[in-house]
Design a protein around this ligand. Sequence first.
Ligand code: ADP
Length: 289
Amino acid sequence: MMTLARAIDVSRSYGSVLALDHVDLDVHAGELVGLLGPNGAGKSTLVNLLTGVRRPTGGRVELCGGDPRDPATRKVLGVTPQETGLPSALRVGEVVDFVRAHYPDPLGRDELLDRFGLGDLVRRQTGGLSGGQKRRVAVALAFVGRPRIVFLDEPTTGLDVAARHALWNGVRQFHAEGGTVVLTSHYLEEVEALASRVVVVGEGRVLADDSVAAVRGLVAIRRVSLTTAVPVPDLPGVVGTERDGDRTHLLTPDADRLVRDLVSGDVPFRDLEVRPTSLEEAFLTLTAA
Ligand code: ADP
């Protein structure tokens, strides 16, 4: 299998901040890889190194066997960084045509906009679009040049459900046709919806590189809250306990099992509540365990 993007023992510092700490990563042709981690984990830094926006302070990166800082190598690349600016006076169709003009064999304008559910916006000036619409246009532009590999940094932040699904459909179609995608997200749900392989990044290191199911077990921690007058006994699978007055919060990757154990253990409780934790909370729990 051909390796399209590779990080070999890569480190990157910003002054005294070590954003990446000896990271290795191989992305093969045809993969859709999710980089998952809380804010500040180093995901954008890794994408910026692999796409040639920044240089590593240690180690080496390769894109399609070449240096991502070399313009010839970057021809095969499509990118949507976290922040993008669109020329506000141009219409969406004009922006797409402008970007198309840079590539030898671009996608058709209408085909691209249809793929991302943006056909209705073709005549709208980008300055008048909502934040979510701008974001979708910016993501779609990464696909104009029929790239071999696309990097999307937090592609759906700020999008509503319908817009997020429209965007996912465009990404899935590209992948189904053999395209390679690396996307960053701090939402497990987004990575689950798109990727089969998940690379968990935390504090500048790769903490896990596995299937979605395996990573879900690692980071999908639930908070089970209950009111009880008696101390809750130690139960299997509980990775953290917090007390707040007569309320007890138990953190666990398997809330169903915990609730069954509470009932079968005759623990008297009321006002049971199960809710997901944020990825940040899950990481705190994992690193403290
Ligand atoms: P993520 O994308 O996972 O949120 P980043 O790669 O943006 O993480 O950031 C990783 C770390 O590097 C953070 O501590 C962040 O503050 C720091 N960092 C990122 N970019 C810069 C920069 N241009 N200057 C200084 N520090 C930075």
